[in-house]
Design a protein around this ligand. Structure first.
Ligand code: FE
Ligand code: FE
Ligand code: ZN
Length: 278
């Protein structure tokens, strides 16, 4: 089954996101655990969370993806900022246990002139602090575009982070197609080669989610500018090869394209027809 959805707003609650996903032809979705710029969480409404869980079971949803706010920086130079990231991620993960089987995606962070090596040490320390035995959420490192001092735009860096994590069963990877294209991986002309390289360095068994985006920039731009599906430098042919690739079809796909709901609905319909006709 093709599992496809988009990023949705949590502003009207959990069950509302499930219904909104259905209304655009999706069978999963992504949401921010709190305001993307950081800040406080919604008051906890257990009934609403449980209502979403039943709704997802009834409508055969795939796993949903909770995205950590961009403001968390697990490898910030200042200790208080690193501690903030750890504490906020710990709170997020506690709440995610209420719906078992979700995934939690985060940006590894920016090393802000400390260097990649120190950044990796700090990200590993964060993960070893926040992961706990028996947790029911998979924590995903997002592969980044390599903007500024971002860590995790190279598969090698992702592999080194995972290597340092003690509870490896709870860690995985989310590949963002815009990010790896801008990170200089040639998914347009050599998708098989890129997947082979990912498999060799990280392992395809660690890949649990795809952020499906086109890119406003040419390969290697390191700018991280998402574009609507088929309207950017990745293009519809390469996107079609991604959603129909035998090594990827079992994965959930999440759109983070610059769209409102009707735009997402159109993209989902187009992608479904590509998958159905493959
Ligand atoms: Fe992201
Ligand atoms: Fe992304
Ligand atoms: Zn991005």
């Amino acid at each position: 089954m093709f599992i496809i959805g988009s990023h949705l707003s949590i502003a009207k609650g959990y069950l509302h996101m499930g219904k909104e996903a259905s209304s655009i032809g999706a069978n999963t979705f992504q949401y921010f655990t709190r305001n993307p710029r950081g800040g406080s969480m919604r008051a906890l409404d257990i009934d609403d969370i449980k209502a979403l869980q039943s709704y997802m079971e009834e409508h055969h949803f795939g796993p949903i993806l909770a995205h950590a706010p961009y403001t968390y920086n697990p490898c910030a130079a200042k200790e208080d900022l690193r501690n903030f990231a750890k504490q906020a991620m710990t709170e997020d993960l506690e709440r995610l246990e209420l719906i078992p089987g979700q995934m939690y995606n985060f940006h590894p962070g920016s090393h802000v002139k400390q260097g990649v090596d120190e950044g990796i040490v700090q990200i590993v320390a964060c993960l070893n602090d926040i992961l706990f035995p028996g947790m029911k959420t998979k924590v995903l490192l997002e592969v980044m575009a390599g903007k500024g001092t971002e860590v995790g735009s190279k598969f090698e860096e992702i592999a080194r982070i995972i290597d340092g994590v003690k509870l490896k069963d709870h860690i995985g990877v989310c590949v963002d197609t815009c990010h790896i294209h801008e990170g200089n991986y040639d998914i347009v002309n050599d998708l098989d080669g890129v997947l082979d390289e990912f498999n060799r360095l990280v392992g395809l068994d660690r890949l649990h989610a795809i952020h499906l985006n086109d890119s406003k920039n040419p390969r290697g731009a390191h700018k991280d500018r998402h574009e609507k599906i088929g309207e950017g430098h990745i293009g519809i042919d390469a996107i079609a090869r991604i959603v129909t690739h035998p090594k990827l079809t079992h994965l959930p796909f999440y759109l983070e394209t610059p769209n409102e709901l009707d735009g997402y609905a159109k993209e989902i319909a187009m992608l479904r027809s590509i998958v159905d006709n493959a």
